[in-house]
Design a protein around this ligand. Structure first.
Ligand SMILES: [Zn+2]
Ligand SMILES: [Zn+2]
Length: 121
C-alpha cells in the first residue's frame, strides 16, 4: 500500500490500489501551480484515496471548466486534480507526494506544446 503526504505533513493519505495512467503534464496551469517545468500525475479511483489526517486542510481552486485543484493551505503542496467530466470517479495525485517507492511503467508526456524552453532535450 502506498502512503503519501504534503510538504508540511499536515495532510497524510494512503492509496488502496496502485496508481496508474502516469503522465508528465506540461500545461501552463500545472507549471504555474507546481512552480516546475511539469507535474507528474497518476490516477486512482477516488474511493482508493484514503486521508489519514488533514483532509480539512485542503483548499480547492477551480482552475478551468469543471477541474478542481486541491492543495494544502499550510504549505501549498498540490494534492488533488479532479473534476474531469470524462472520469468523474477518478482523482489524479502528484507522484511527488508519495513517501513509498513507486516505479511507474510508461509515463506519457502531455500538453508538450507549452513545454518549458529551459528543459534539456
Ligand atoms: Zn502541507
Ligand atoms: Zn497540466
Amino acid at each position: 500500500m502506498h502512503k503519501g503526504s504534503c510538504l508540511c505533513g499536515a495532510i497524510r493519505f494512503e492509496l488502496l490500489s496502485d496508481p496508474g495512467a502516469v503522465s508528465n503534464c506540461h500545461c501552463r496551469m500545472c507549471q504555474k501551480q507546481h512552480g516546475a517545468a511539469f507535474a507528474t500525475y497518476a490516477s486512482i479511483p477516488r474511493a482508493d484515496l484514503k486521508y489519514l489526517c488533514g483532509e480539512d486542510q485542503l483548499t480547492a481552486y477551480n482552475s478551468s471548466g469543471s477541474i478542481i485543484r486541491k492543495f494544502c493551505r499550510v504549505c501549498g503542496s498540490h494534492v488533488e486534480w479532479s473534476g474531469s467530466t470524462q472520469f468523474p470517479d477518478w482523482v489524479s495525485i502528484p507522484l511527488t507526494l508519495l513517501d513509498t517507492a513507486f516505479k511507474p511503467g510508461k509515463i506519457r508526456d502531455i500538453h508538450v506544446q507549452s513545454r518549458a524552453g529551459w528543459l534539456p532535450d
